[in-house]
Design a protein around this ligand. Structure first.
Ligand code: BG6
Length: 499
């Protein structure tokens, strides 16, 4: 977690520099770090890719792309692009790594500190690591060599093990930064602050007072031209639940760490993930639901169904929606359900945590006028607004003793305050060598242990996932996950939004 300014000389080498992630997230984040004075004057950024750019043409391209964004200032941008260099080549070619070695060696000013960012297809992770190792570019004799690896780390438990084994032949654990950008979001980091910088929640934060917790990540977009990845290696569980939503769950459920130091924090998260009860595959539909969007309308615009998206295999069973009910078998959370759900082409873009508290032991006001028991809810908006709301009951003014729900509402940021993008925080942490927001292998493994059996069972299922019309809140059958508990999804932060 970042604080203070750093001026560490280094080179940021981005593999896949012309790809979507680099263009939309990494370069804008590095630009912001440049503007905020977090990059030492001699920091250079080397883009690597197959597109035959020269450094000059790539600079011009990046300049154009950044100019198209808000908040870009031309003088700062012109200075920023001077940091950029480009190396064209194939990652499968030994000569490419020789040229990279020469660039690093000749550069001289990076103090031999190099960060390699793998913004490439996961199939290439091992090949690139081996290429770098063969060219001696991972050796830390004169400076640090760090590798940032995007999710997914493997596509199931077995492949994650194999990947880890291959990486660890060439890299020490301290050199590996497994990134989960969700953890870098301001509002997700705020979960730690809300829980551990305040005392009021802690006495209530357990099975005695909490009825259940919902974690929702809803999107209006579809596969966005990423069918190649999403249809083959993705799906809602792999793409969102295995990584982002289980990380949010771990932050919500973990015990207070002894410090914010990386290992202390990750030790507590991994304990949560390892305590998740295996899903009961005999009654799978009570624990996990999958869906796929059909054609519909999102924000008034007609959109095609998942199977009609370009690049999606005919009859694909990949789920674009998934909901899971999970239990943590430990002292604090035994028998408190955590409901996780995510979907594409839903009604709104919204991520939120909804915590429902138990009812008071006696309904004192039941006999007085029209009474509706409202449970207390704590709602934490992750995006688009980062807000914290508490729903409580209060007396309706008048002579009768009637109650209604009121909301205590706090926006986390004040208007005009700039929120840092997740990637800014994370790219800076790599420079500083702070791994607290990056995943340790045992966390990734524990998360695969949770979802792998479900994915395997679905893979054997010959039926298509449940179809849901684009623009709604997913398949109706997702309610089944609540059984007859009387619970229901909270879709929004507004009062009675769902219940
Ligand atoms: C990515 C997934 O990790 O997270 C995408 O691959 C998803 O499918 C995205 O859309 C959501 O994150 P954010 O920050 O854009 O809401």
């Amino acid at each position: 977690m970042s604080c203070g300014c750093v001026g560490i000389s280094h080179a940021y080498v981005i593999f896949g520099a012309t790809g979507n992630l680099a263009v939309t997230k990494l370069l804008p984040a590095l630009y912001q770090l440049h503007c905020a004075g977090y990059l030492a004057d001699d920091v250079e950024i080397l883009g690597c890719g197959r597109t035959p750019f020269t450094s000059e043409t790539w600079r011009a391209e990046v300049r154009q792309q950044l100019l198209a964004r808000d908040e870009v200032e031309t003088v700062a941008l012109d200075n920023f692009v001077q940091r950029l260099d480009y190396l064209a080549g194939s990652l499968k070619d030994a000569a490419f790594y020789q040229s990279l070695g020469e660039w690093i060696g000749n550069d001289g000013e990076c103090a031999n500190n190099v960060i390699f960012y793998l913004s490439i297809s996961p199939d290439l992770y091992v090949e690139v690591t081996e290429g770098l190792a063969a060219a001696h570019l991972l050796e830390e004799s004169q400076g640090f060599r760090r590798m940032v690896i995007e999710k997914p780390f493997g596509h199931d438990l077995e492949s994650a093990r194999t990947l880890q084994h291959s990486l660890s032949e060439h890299l020490k654990e301290e050199q590996i930064y497994r990134i989960d950008h969700y953890v870098g979001k301001e509002a997700v980091q705020n979960l730690l602050v809300l829980r551990f910088a305040n005392l009021i929640l802690e006495p209530l934060w357990n099975r005695h007072h909490i009825d259940h917790i919902q974690i929702t990540h809803a999107e209006t977009v579809g596969v966005e031209g990423r069918a190649n990845y999403y249809d083959h290696s993705g799906g809602a569980v792999r793409d969102m639940i295995q990584s982002h939503l289980l990380q949010v769950m771990a932050l919500l459920a973990m015990e207070p760490p002894v410090s914010l130091e990386a290992e202390a924090l990750r030790n507590e998260k991994v304990k949560v993930l390892q305590s998740i009860r295996p899903v009961d595959l005999e009654q799978l539909e009570m624990y996990a639901i999958r869906g796929q969007y059909a054609a519909g309308e999102v924000k008034g615009q007609p959109v095609p169904g998942y199977l009609q998206e370009e690049g999606v295999a005919a009859g694909s069973h990949t789920e674009s929606y998934a909901a899971m009910k999970l239990y943590i078998d430990n002292w604090r959370w035994k028998d408190v359900p955590f409901y996780l759900r995510t979907g594409k082409r839903l009604q709104e873009r919204r991520s939120l945590v909804a915590v429902r508290f138990k009812q008071p032991p006696m309904q004192l006001f039941q006999g007085s006028g029209i009474y509706q028991p409202h449970p207390n809810w704590l709602l934490i908006g992750i995006q688009p607004e980062d807000a914290v709301r508490m729903e409580i009951s209060a007396k309706v003014p008048g002579l009768e003793m009637r109650t209604r729900q009121i909301v205590m509402d706090a926006s986390v940021s004040t208007p005009g305050e700039r929120k840092a993008e997740a990637y800014e925080e994370l790219l800076l942490d790599v420079i500083k060598g702070d791994r607290s927001l990056f995943l340790r292998y045992d966390e990734v493994k524990a998360a695969w242990v949770v979802v792998d059996p479900v994915m395997q069972r679905w893979a054997q299922d010959e039926q298509l996932p449940l179809q849901y019309p684009a623009g709604g809140w997913g398949p109706k059958a997702a309610e089944k996950i609540f059984g007859d508990s009387g619970r229901a999804w909270r879709h929004t932060l507004s009062c009675n939004g769902g219940e």
